[in-house]
Design a protein around this ligand. Sequence first.
Ligand code: CAA
Length: 257
Amino acid sequence: MTEVVLLERPAEGVVLLRINRPEARNALNIEVRKLLAKHLAEVSEDTTTRAVVVTGNDKAFAAGADIKEMADAGTIEMHQRGAHKLWRTIAGCSKPVIAAVNGYALGGGCEIAMTCDIIVAGESARFGQPEVKIGIIPGGGGTQRLTRAIGKYKAMKYVLTGDLFTAKEAFEMGLVSEVVPDPEVEGRAIDLARQLAALPPLALQLAKEAVLAGMEAPLSTALALETKSIQILFSSQDQKEGMRAFIEKRKPKFIGH
Ligand code: CAA
């Protein structure tokens, strides 16, 4: 049986996780969530992986939670499924995670993309939180991450109507990092991942932590966290190497310590 999440290594230091349920527009069933969480937890610990790309196929990044799988579920069952663990694994991944989005990124699919650190979208990609149309609300952070990304009034419009929006609209609202022609999405995401893979991993990890933790804290606390983080990096060999290489006008060789 084909795995519902494929792990590929398209470049040195880069892992690509491909959601692989084309027959269901990559709907996120329990198996997809578990495999994504497992792979992300493993790459988080793996020192040879420096950056991660999460993608789907040309029709769908992911069309949301698997409606057929949850239609008859009750409260306790939904609780026991522990779907929320996936979101923590993405945000908690010590490596930068890039979403490469073609086609639909709806409901839980939009939420996965928003939990990633960088979003590269194809021109025809469609985003949305259409959950109200099936009698629920976003459950993977959509009410919060969308609001923080694009502001209350735009987020409220999309969360309440369930209307979809285009990649161009998403870019203009600040939800995606880059929009590129559809066939270039995966290549561009891998290029970005390769670029990140060549940088000192500790600096990237602390930068990610400072941005994410800082978003949840008062400015003074967030700035204190940033200060401590930059100070910590002065104990790393990569900081010494990076600065020495600059002064000696040569290319740095980062080792991840
Ligand atoms: N769950 C289960 N199956 C899904 C699915 C989903 N979220 N999305 C698509 N599929 C299935 C369809 O049922 C269909 O299966 P069959 O061939 O067996 O009938 C197959 O994928 C192809 O789908 P369509 O024929 O509908 O394809 P389309 O190209 O015409 O439309 C679409 C694509 C706009 C994505 C449409 O399928 C759609 O609206 N899907 C549901 C989107 C949605 O409501 N997502 C939110 C889910 S709830 C959620 O995500 C909660 C949360 O926050 C965690």
